[in-house]
Design a protein. Structure first.
Length: 276
C-alpha cells in the first residue's frame, strides 16, 4: 500500500555513506508489487523510504544521533529549523559544536548539532572514535545548505502522514517485528571490495564478515517467514556465496576512483539480492 502526496516530495535530509539516491530507479523497479508493511533496519538517509512512500513503515538504525533527528523532524520540525538557522560555517564554530556532548543537549539541540555537522563536515562522513565521539574534520565548503526548510517540512509531513515506528536499535531486533507479507530492505555497511575501497565503520564498531554472515542468516529466516526481502551489498565472491540460491543482480554505480571527473567510471561494484 502506497500513499501519494500533493506536496513537495521528501528526500534524504543528511548526506550518508552508501546513500542510494543514484540507484533509486533500480531499487524501485525491484520492489514487490504489493506488500503489507515496509521495514528498513539500516535506514541511513532513507532514500528508498522517501521515494517509495509506504503507508506503513518501521525504520531503525543503531546510530542514536540519526534516529533522534528523524524523531525530531517528525515531532518538532519548526523548532529544529529555528535552531539550524543559528549555526555558522566557520572552523572555530564547527569544532566548538563538534566538542559538545550530544547526550546533555535537548532532542532538538541534538538533532540540530547532528544535521549541522553532517552538512559542514568533510564529505558528509559520519565517523566515531573509540570513545564514540564524532571526529570528522571541518569540510571548508563555501556555502553549505545547513537548513533546507522546504525539505525538512516535507520530511515531517510525510512522517506524520503514515503509520510509522522509528527505532534506535540493532537491526536484528527490528526484524523480529516483521511478519509474512512484509517487505524488508537491507542496506547494511558493505563488505569491502578491497582493504581501501569500502567504508564499513560508521561508529566505533566495524561491520565484520561475522556480521555479514549473521545478516545472511536473518535474511534466510525472513524468507522462511514469508517476507519479501531485498538487500544491497558489494559485488564480492564472499557476499554472493552467502546468498547463493537467491536472485543476485550485478548493479553499476558511479564510484570516485579517479580525481578527474571525466575518468570516473561506472563499475559493477554492487549487487542487489532478492528472495522473490
Amino acid at each position: 500500500m502506497l500513499l501519494t502526496h500533493p506536496n513537495v516530495k521528501p528526500k534524504p535530509f543528511v548526506k550518508w555513506a552508501g546513500g542510494k539516491r543514484q540507484l533509486i530507479n533500480i531499487l524501485l523497479s525491484n520492489v514487490p508489487s504489493s506488500f503489507n508493511r515496509y521495514f528498513e533496519p539500516f535506514v541511513g538517509g532513507g532514500a528508498l523510504l522517501f521515494e517509495l512512500q509506504p503507508s506503513k513503515a518501521t525504520i531503525s538504525d543503531i546510530n542514536e544521533e540519526l534516529i533522534n533527528a528523524y524523531s525530531v523532524i517528525k515531532d518538532n520540525v519548526e523548532e529544529l529549523i529555528s535552531s539550524l538557522k543559528k549555526h555558522k560555517n566557520t572552523p572555530e564554530y564547527y569544532y566548538f559544536i563538534r566538542s559538545l556532548n550530544p547526550k546533555v543537549l535537548t532532542p532538538v539541540e541534538r538533532a540540530s548539532r547532528f544535521i549541522y555537522l553532517n552538512k559542514t563536515c568533510f564529505n558528509g562522513l559520519y565517523r566515531e572514535n573509540s570513545k564514540g565521539q564524532f571526529n570528522v574534520p571541518f569540510g571548508r565548503y563555501k556555502n553549505p545548505k545547513i537548513c533546507d526548510e522546504e525539505n525538512l517540512r516535507a520530511v515531517s509531513r510525510f512522517l506524520n502522514s503514515i503509520e510509522i515506528t522509528i527505532l534506535n536499535c540493532d537491526y536484528k531486533k527490528t526484524c523480529e517485528l516483521a511478519k509474512s507479507g512484509d517487505f524488508i530492505y537491507f542496506d547494511p555497511p558493505y563488505h569491502p571490495i578491497s582493504k581501501t575501497a569500502s567504508f564499513t565503520k560508521y561508529n566505533r564498531n566495524d561491520f565484520s564478515e561475522k556480521d555479514q554472515i549473521e545478516l545472511s542468516e536473518i535474511f534466510r529466516e525472513l524468507d522462511k517467514k514469508g517476507c519479501y526481502v531485498m538487500l544491497s551489498n558489494s559485488n564480492t565472491d564472499f557476499i554472493k556465496k552467502l546468498y547463493a540460491g537467491y536472485k543476485i543482480q550485478e548493479i553499476s554505480a558511479n564510484r570516485f576512483i579517479n580525481c578527474k571527473a571525466n575518468k570516473r567510471k561506472k563499475l559493477n561494484v554492487e549487487v542487489l539480492i532478492t528472495n522473490y
